[in-house]
Design a protein around this ligand. Structure first.
Ligand SMILES: NC(=O)c1ccc[n+]([C@@H]2O[C@H](COP(=O)([O-])OP(=O)(O)OC[C@H]3O[C@@H](n4cnc5c(N)ncnc54)[C@H](OP(=O)(O)O)[C@@H]3O)[C@@H](O)[C@H]2O)c1
Length: 166
């Protein structure tokens, strides 16, 4: 019914969680025609790398902004705690060790090197400082991290809460 929905935006628009539109409209992002959307904020991390959406955004001059870039705060109200902990991933840990960094910094650096803007939340002064460290991942590191994508969405409860009220 909504297969050919068109969404028009005017100037300087930032939107979040486009997948909500897509579920509501029973369609996928590429069926939507977006005009002048500047920023799209979605869940994005090595377990949900949003490769297709990122390519789409780059080809339409839309900045992709990642939330849950560190695998979320894992609040039980929002996240299924049975899902694996991103920052314990073996590939991230091995790369971190090699660069004498932390898995969190590897996850953040991965996004920056692929052109994604990152929202990383921390209440800890030391980690806030740490999160702006600069170092370089090699092309091999990037490829290895691309390889751990598992389509794990930590905020799947957010989607269900909004779309399927009890
Ligand atoms: N637009 C949306 O629909 C939407 C949805 C969800 C979230 N967001 C926003 O996105 C932002 C980030 O998402 P998020 O808070 O879910 O998750 P996140 O940034 O992936 O993870 C935050 C968690 O990582 C920890 N952390 C931060 N730096 C670390 C480091 N260097 N090493 C180890 N752990 C570290 C934090 O703990 P400490 O505090 O103890 O450091 C916190 O528990 C938030 O501002 C949130 O409001 C937006």
């Amino acid at each position: 019914m909504y297969k050919h929905t068109f969404v028009y935006f005017s100037l300087g628009v930032g939107i979040s969680s486009l997948h909500l539109f897509c579920h509501i409209n029973n369609t996928i992002p590429y069926n939507l025609t977006l005009f002048s959307v500047d920023i799209l904020q979605v869940e994005c991390h090595p377990y949900l790398n949003q490769r297709k959406l990122l390519d789409f955004c780059k080809s339409h001059d839309i900045v992709l902004v990642a939330y849950a870039a560190l695998g979320s705060q894992r609040l039980k109200e929002w996240v299924n705690l049975d899902l694996p902990v991103l920052l314990e991933d073996q590939v991230l840990c091995t790369i971190a060790k090699k660069h004498k960094q932390t898995p969190a910094l590897v996850a953040l650096r991965y996004q920056i090197q692929r052109g994604v803007v990152v929202l990383a939340k921390s209440y800890n002064k030391k980690r806030i400082k740490e999160n702006i460290q600069v170092f370089e991942l090699t092309p091999e590191d990037m490829k290895a991290i691309d390889g751990i994508n598992r389509n794990i969405r930590y905020y799947e409860f957010l989607l269900k809460t909004v779309l399927i009220p009890a």
